[in-house]
Write a protein that binds this ligand. Structure first.
Ligand code: SAH
Length: 291
């Protein structure tokens, strides 16, 4: 995928001045960032067995995972994620419980990781930037901005391992998440059951096996729609299911040979749509049908 220099768009993480950040009123301010630390996921051999047990015993959200997760949050803050609710959600959801045992040591690095069936869990910095963009939906200006559920009713396309669904669930009134691969749908179900007891508030997250290109009509409309897979164009169903004041954030082809970009679509209170973009991205393909 080649781009001419003039076509080149900024990549994630977005700089602070490229992202509309509106901290949630009433929440504790985000902690000051300590000097940026380098993660050393490959622990020395003599610690390996100890680490393995600490990270993989059932319910093993040990002290160490809290510590490395806090460092991930500090890096997100340093990289321009300023929304207190987003940072709080990343601090709460144990990412290491969503990845295979062999990858546990990389769970808190800013990297995408394989989750099986050729799919990947996205980089934390990209997921955080997308969720932060959703929080700046047009319906959340004025008095309503002070809400524990800035994402309102949320639709996710591409459940994958369920990590992002769990994050969204910390910030949404309710979440519907759709996955087209049955094995991954089942895996996400199991992951969320495992993680559930470790989350301070277990929200309304509904996992649906189906083709997300159709959205999910029965629970529409949605205040926020987020896709973890990108196609040639945004499916009509997503736009139809976006509530007035709502925002959609999804990777999609830029239509000019420049590859995938992050598309933002706002449905304004008068019902009209406003399209914008936020830089080049690279997500797995959005495919139709189920398997
Ligand atoms: N949010 C996920 C990332 C999943 S990767 C996580 O936190 O793990 C993208 C996912 O989108 C893949 O699991 C892929 O199967 C799914 N996908 C692709 N096209 C889809 C479609 N039409 N409907 C539902 N899911 C789809």
């Amino acid at each position: 995928m080649s781009q001419s220099p003039s076509d080149r768009k900024p990549r994630f993480p977005l700089k602070l001045d490229q992202v509309a950040v509106r901290p949630v009123a009433g929440r504790a301010p985000a902690p000051a960032v300590a000097a940026r630390e380098v993660l050393r996921p490959q622990a020395p051999l003599h610690q390996a067995e100890q680490d393995r047990r600490r990270h993989t015993t059932p319910g093993g959200v040990g002290l160490d995972s809290v510590h490395v997760r806090r460092r991930m949050v500090e890096r997100l803050l340093a990289d321009g994620i300023g929304h207190a609710g987003v940072l709080e959600a990343f601090g709460m959801v144990p990412r290491h419980l969503f990845v295979d045992t062999a990858l546990v040591n990389q769970a808190y690095e800013d990297t995408s990781l394989p989750i099986g069936l050729g799919q990947t869990i996205s980089k934390p910095s990209v997921v955080a930037a997308m969720i932060q963009l959703l929080c700046a939906r047009p319906g959340l200006v004025g008095p309503g901005a002070d809400t524990p559920h800035p994402l309102g009713a949320c639709l996710e396309i591409g459940t994958g391992c369920g990590y992002q669904a769990a994050l969204l669930g910390q910030m949404a009134r309710r979440v519907v998440s759709i996955e087209r691969l049955h094995d991954l749908h089942l895996k996400a179900r199991a992951n969320l059951e495992l993680v559930r007891p470790h989350l301070p508030r277990w929200p309304d997250v509904r996992l649906v096996f189906g083709d997300g290109m159709l959205g999910h009509g029965p629970s529409a409309p949605y205040d926020t729609i987020i896709a973890a897979a990108g196609g040639q164009a945004l499916p009509e169903a997503w736009l139809d299911q976006l509530a007035p004041g709502g925002r959609l954030v999804a990777p999609t082809d830029d239509g000019r040979g420049g590859g995938q970009v992050l598309a933002i679509v706002d449905r304004l209170p008068d019902g009209s749509l406003r399209h914008s973009r936020a830089g080049a991205v690279l997500f797995v393909p959005l495919k139709s049908g189920t398997t």
